[in-house]
Design a protein around this ligand. Structure first.
Ligand SMILES: [Zn+2]
Length: 73
């Protein structure tokens, strides 16, 4: 598995894939085309930190979206 320095990887479709959640020792990646890959988390501490940051950012975005939907109702 080839990780970029920001912990993203390249999808088979050519788009970057971003870490979206953790599943035990694995990380779930998604690209903008909703392709999904589940791969083992890297051992490199810098990559692991970068992955944790992506996942944090993602969950904050989802929370913000939910708040917006609640306001709109
Ligand atoms: Zn893709």
């Amino acid at each position: 598995m080839e990780f970029h320095s920001d912990a993203t990887i390249e999808c088979a479709c050519g788009l970057p894939m971003f870490p979206v959640s953790r599943a035990g020792a694995d990380v779930r990646y998604e690209c903008a085309n909703r392709h999904v890959r589940v791969i083992p988390a890297p051992a490199d501490p810098a990559l692991r930190r970068a992955i944790a940051n992506w996942i944090d950012k993602r969950s904050q975005q989802i929370e913000e979206q939910h708040r917006r939907w609640e306001r709109d109702e």
